[in-house]
Design a protein around this ligand. Structure first.
Ligand code: HEC
Ligand code: HEC
Length: 228
């Protein structure tokens, strides 16, 4: 056996196991199947109704831990920059039952190009201050003109003149106090220079309809009431 085929035989299964563990929150295939079977008891029931049912909510929590928590974090935990912590997030893809169901079923993929090479340091600094002024309301003394010019050139077509965002196109609101990618000057700068490419994986075809419905209920039910 060549070194190469030996590597494939030995390393590939290890790698696949590692990936499987990561994506399933470390539950075995049997355990996941059992969750799916238990979900069938709620077949045909919509999320809003499931929310009223204690055993449905408990099962939904288990499904969340198995399929979502690896990225979104468990209750109260911090999630990675760019991954919304669902209880406290402002949903920029929509927060209605239907929008959440679509997010889980079809996934979401958001891309913002990087503008690192497009602007001078001064222009970049001005745009960072400008973006932050949407929520702080602070006036930009001497950089206002440069900032408006750059924002109009590179940003306005997606983010709009007032940065208010758009649920239809998945553009976040820059004028609120919620920052998915961080609100510090450094983080805003990093978002602009590095761009964004984030994805919530689609579950249609992987999870049963009843599981997707239970997860929709879970997301609706655990959202903090302080989220407007
Ligand atoms: C591989 C990591 C990953 C997994 C697994 C994952 N998500 Fe996501 N999810 C993300 C990322 C990243 C985003 C942000 C996508 C964006 O901004 O467009 C996101 C966005 C979302 C949103 C939309 C928030 C908004 O702003 O509108 C919801 C709801 C959501 N996920 C629910 C879930 C549920 C429920 C599961 C489990 C079935 C899940 N996600 C599994 C990474 C993940
Ligand atoms: C092609 C459309 C597009 C353009 C052009 C664009 N953005 Fe974005 N921007 C996005 C999307 C989509 C997101 C959200 C990514 C996500 O879901 O995480 C985003 C996110 C952001 C965020 C992070 C918001 C948060 O909650 O943390 C900032 C800041 C931002 N953009 C600033 C800018 C600036 C400044 C420009 C111009 C230099 C710009 N964007 C140009 C699409 C765009």
């Amino acid at each position: 056996m060549s070194v190469r085929s030996l590597a494939v035989v030995v390393l590939l299964p290890l790698l696949l196991t590692a990936c499987a563990e990561e994506s399933t929150g470390e539950l075995s295939a049997e355990a996941l199947q059992l969750l799916q079977q238990r979900s069938q008891a709620f077949q045909g029931r919509a999320a809003a109704g499931l929310l009223q049912n204690d055993s449905a909510r408990a099962l939904a929590g288990e499904l969340y831990a198995a399929h979502c928590a690896a990225c979104h974090g468990n209750t109260g935990a911090e999630s990675e920059r760019g991954v919304p912590q669902l209880e406290n997030a402002m949903f920029h893809h929509g927060e209605s039952e239907a929008a959440i169901r679509t997010t889980i079923r079809e996934g979401r993929h958001s891309v913002m190009p990087s503008f690192g090479g497009e602007m001078s340091e001064v222009e970049l600094g001005a745009v960072v201050a400008y973006v932050r002024s949407f929520s702080s309301g602070e006036a930009l003394a001497n950089y206002a003109e440069t900032a408006e010019e750059q924002y109009g050139k590179y940003c306005v077509q997606c983010h709009g003149a007032e940065g208010l965002g758009n649920v239809e196109t998945g553009i976040p609101n820059l004028a609120d106090d919620y920052w998915l990618h961080g609100e510090s000057m450094m983080n805003v700068r990093l978002t602009i220079t590095g761009g964004v490419d984030v994805q919530c994986p689609p579950q249609a075809g992987l999870l049963a309809d009843s599981e997707i419905e239970l997860l929709t209920a879970h997301v609706l039910g655990t959202r903090s009431s302080s989220v407007p």
